[in-house]
Structure formats: structure tokens, C-alpha cells
Design a protein around this ligand. Structure first.
Ligand code: 6PG
Length: 243
């Protein structure tokens, strides 16, 4: 298994530490590159991190004018739909902090989801630095993991697992729904990738990641050129947190 594993007592502690590390990384990139580009995760786990970032003690330590937010994946719904990952981030973070609309780049899937993927790839290529092979490079990508080992919207057996495009859309049979997602090509070009995992229902998949069937779990495909961190709680690791 690649990367550094940090084990926390629970989701609260994990999220507080992630918020603290976010503040420092943002400051470091803004000092060196004058901005900080982040692809945000959807789902429920990062909501607590987003709440912390928006709260006193964190929010005022972040220069929101020099952060650019993007999304790692999106559902096939309008941006104001309760299932939309953009909507979730809007509710938990964006509406509480002084960030300008021009720094926020949701994946717009109102029309055809395949067009959304192509348009988003074009946006990333024009807005972000490109690594040698023309793939956009994020400073930080936040990810989660499902109990089946999916990450972003890269699900087991998905047609887009090996897609060479930067952003792809695919039908997820188990959800009977279309999703649009960064592909491994883009995820693995990032400088930093943080995977946030909380909850006992994820423990079995996490344990498999060091076993011989690890490649059955899409998240095992996360091997960035930069740094990889797993921020997990003790229900996921199976190890008791001590400190
Ligand atoms: C999404 C995601 C997805 C998520 C995992 C974990 O759009 O749902 O980006 O990959 O991170 O499904 O979700 P939970 O945090 O809700 O368990």
C-alpha cells in the first residue's frame, strides 16, 4: 500500500487534523505559487472537514481569495439538487466563507453528462499547470472511499477505470445512475492526495488493500506522483487509537 497512514480516534478528530493540515498546505502553496488548487470530495465523510474549514479557528487563517475549488466527481443532477456534490459543499463550506464565485468551479451536469466531462477536462487544461503528458496537476485532491473500494466515481468494474481521458462519465450499474469523475490519470498527476475514510463499514475494504486482491478495489489505483496520505479513523484501521 502506498502512502502515509494517519489513524485518528473518530471522524471529529480526523476532520480537525485534516483542517489544520489544509490551513498549512494552503499557506505553503499561496506563498510559493500565489494560489492553491483543490479538487473536493463528495459523499458524507468530508462534510465535517468542510464545517471545520468554515468555522472560527480555521476560516480566518485561510486566504480565500487565492484558493481555487474544483470537484473530483459529480452526480447526474443539477447543481442545486440535494444529491449534488457541489450543493453539499455549498451548504457546508462555500456559503460560510468569503470566497468569490470566480474561484469556484463546479462540474455542471445540467445537460448531457458526457459533455460535462469533456467541458470539465477542457477547463482543467486551461486553468491548471500541466504535467509532461498534458494532464492537469492539482495541488491537492481530496477523496473518500466507499465500502466497495470505489473512490471519486471510479467504481469496481466501471468502464472508466482505465480511461485515458482526464475526466470521464460512466454508468454505475449498482447505483443505476451516471456519474462524472476525474480519472486516475488526473488523480495520479496531483501533488498531494488525501483519502479520508471513516466508519466500520469501510474496514473490510481497507484491510484488503494490503492483500493479494487489492487491485479489485479501485482505490488501489491511487498512486500519485506526489504525496499520498490516508486519514482514517480507528474503526477503519481495526487498530485502537492510542494517544
Ligand atoms: C461521491 C463521492 C464518493 C465518496 C464515497 C464515500 O460522490 O459520493 O465522491 O467517492 O467519497 O462514496 O462516501 P461517504 O463519505 O458518504 O461514505
Amino acid at each position: 500500500m502506498h502512502g502515509e497512514v494517519q489513524i485518528f480516534r473518530d471522524l471529529e478528530q480526523l476532520s480537525r487534523q485534516a483542517a489544520e493540515q489544509f490551513v498549512h498546505l494552503a499557506d505553503d502553496y499561496q506563498k510559493r505559487h500565489n494560489r492553491f488548487t483543490v479538487a473536493l470530495a463528495g459523499g458524507s465523510t468530508p462534510k465535517t472537514l468542510y464545517h471545520y474549514l468554515a468555522s472560527t479557528g480555521y476560516s480566518e487563517r485561510i486566504d480565500w481569495s487565492r484558493i481555487e475549488f474544483y470537484w473530483g466527481d459529480e452526480r447526474n443532477v443539477p447543481l442545486d439538487h440535494p444529491d449534488s456534490n457541489y450543493h453539499m459543499v455549498q451548504q457546508t463550506l462555500l456559503q460560510h466563507v468569503p470566497i468569490s464565485k470566480k474561484n469556484v468551479h463546479p462540474i455542471a451536469v445540467e445537460k448531457d453528462i458526457r459533455h460535462a466531462a469533456v467541458n470539465y477536462a477542457q477547463l482543467l487544461q486551461t486553468q491548471l499547470p500541466l504535467v509532461d503528458d498534458g494532464i492537469p496537476r492539482f495541488d491537492l485532491i481530496l477523496l473518500g472511499m466507499g465500502a466497495d473500494g470505489h473512490t471519486a466515481s471510479l467504481f469496481p468494474q466501471s468502464s472508466i477505470l482505465h480511461d485515458k481521458a482526464m475526466v470521464a462519465s460512466g454508468y454505475v450499474e449498482k447505483l443505476k445512475a451516471w456519474r462524472v469523475s476525474l480519472t486516475f490519470a488526473t488523480i495520479n498527476a496531483a501533488d498531494h492526495v488525501w483519502i479520508l475514510i471513516s466508519g466500520a463499514e469501510k474496514a473490510a475494504a481497507f484491510a484488503q488493500l494490503t492483500g493479494e486482491h487489492a487491485s479489485d478495489y479501485p482505490i488501489s489505483g491511487v498512486r500519485p506522483r506526489g504525496e499520498l496520505k490516508w486519514l482514517i479513523d480507528q474503526t477503519v484501521s481495526g487498530e485502537t487509537y492510542s494517544s
